[in-house]
Write a protein that binds this ligand. Sequence first.
Ligand code: DCP
Ligand code: CA
Ligand code: CA
Length: 350
Amino acid sequence: MTIVIFIDMDYFFAACEELRHQELKSIPLAVGTAKESEKYRGVIQTCNYVARKFGVRSGMPTTNAYRLCPNLTYLESDDKYYSDISNKIMQLLRSYNRKIEQMSVDEAAMEVIELNYDESYLLGMEIKNKIKNEIGLTCTIGISFGPTFAKMATDASKPDGLMIIKEEDIHNFLKDKKISKLPGIGPKTEQRMMELGIKTIDNLAKYNPILLSEKFGYVGLELHALANGIDNKKISDKNDRLSIGRERTLNVDTSDINELSKMIDILSNEVYNEILDGNYWFKGIGIKVKYSDFNFVTRNKHFNNNIDSLNTIKSTAVALIKPLIKNDVKIRKIGVRVFAINKIGGQKKL
Ligand code: DCP
Ligand code: CA
Ligand code: CA
């Protein structure tokens, strides 16, 4: 079973400001794009929960925010600072060696494939505590069987929350909610759906999908599926790589296994360093041999278990190259590669 743990930081830009100006924690605080001196011409990007009590919201003109909350403290946004903190958070999440997709500056989805809901809950709590202790910020975590419902679980439990929506609870969770609660339905789509009489997610679930696809295209069908409790989008981790390899031409063409082994050592070390950097494991080792006549061959070996040993790369590559050595034509170039790379081998020892 696949479970998604979704992490969204609470009032992110404003929380980052509180981190370096502790005195702002208890007073209404907003961050916007306009300079302090021109703040009345700008828009609020976000605000802390103290300001939200007054009705201040993201996207609101700053003048309106001041009308609602005259004591509001305003700061111009500092994107560089927020993205530095964002990078630290993503790095912390990556240290779990799981498939992760960063969705925006302050959110990410993590896929767990071998945990049940109780175990995912414990992992979610651990992540919350780690972010709190190591970064100093609070986040909200949503756990469900798909990324969209996991995100909706965070929306429903902000701030500093943790919520699980299981398969058997999804229909109850969705049914009376306004369609605007579905990620992907912005004000325009909402307006067009309202005109069709679709107000709640339940209305959407029962609407004719063929008509929806005529009006909204493929998105209409996706939204219809979500409204019916189906969320099977997969997380795509840009850091996932199919293989890591190095190849190099020998100084002198050769058929001497000692010379070839020396080059295999060098290439294996380079590949292995990248494996260490990425905290990867792999299940395959391959070599490529190019001869002086420019013909080339490749040989691969697959393993049943995850590997992360330098010696296995070297010895496998040497074993694979031996039968390829010929007397009549020398070897000009060698490549060493590991493939079937993943992060699920387990926590690496440092
Ligand atoms: N943001 C922005 N303009 C908007 C909305 C958001 O610049 N209209 C920026 C500021 C937010 C950040 O993106 O801090 C993350 O957006 P979120 O929607 O996740 O909102 P917050 O993190 O601010 O608050 P919440 O606690 O509701 O997640
Ligand atoms: Ca957020
Ligand atoms: Ca967000």
